[in-house]
Design a binder for this molecule. Structure first.
Ligand code: ZN
Length: 136
């Protein structure tokens, strides 16, 4: 059974990919995590449930990662990271949403927690239009 872990993520790596890589290299396919640190810029998504699609917004400034948390499961047999992020810039204003690719790390500290048991699988969920965990 894998242990909880702390890892520093590499500067300029994409935040979402870097989180996935740390779980992958430890062969952890079910878990939860949090990250604190800073990013060079950010892409956040908002899911419009009427239009059934994500809208992205770019924040092209250096920000503190006030909070980033999420979970790790599987989609199509691959590790899948779902993360939400709150950032703050120089005016201390916070923005939050679904973490999208295109968010390069300045400095990031990951706290990963493996969760034992059956790995949840993401499948297309018609009521939401999202890839969600199967009902059990
Ligand atoms: Zn989300």
């Amino acid at each position: 059974m894998a242990e909880p872990f702390l890892a520093r993520l590499k500067m300029d790596d994409d935040l979402l990919e870097a989180i996935a890589k740390e779980f992958e290299r430890r062969s952890i396919r079910k878990g939860a995590f949090s990250v604190i640190g800073a990013v060079r810029k950010t892409v956040l998504g908002y899911y419009d449930s009427d239009k059934r699609q994500y809208f992205n917004r770019d924040f092209d400034f250096h920000s503190e990662i006030v909070s980033c948390q999420g979970n790790v499961s599987e989609k199509d047999g691959e590790i899948f990271v779902h993360a939400h992020l709150i950032i703050a810039g120089t005016d201390f204003q916070c923005y939050g949403g679904h973490l999208m690719p295109g968010t390069p790390i300045f400095l990031a500290e990951l706290h990963g927690t493996p969760i034992p048991g059956e790995v949840p699988k993401r499948v297309f969920d018609d009521p939401t239009g999202l890839f969600a965990w199967e009902w059990k």
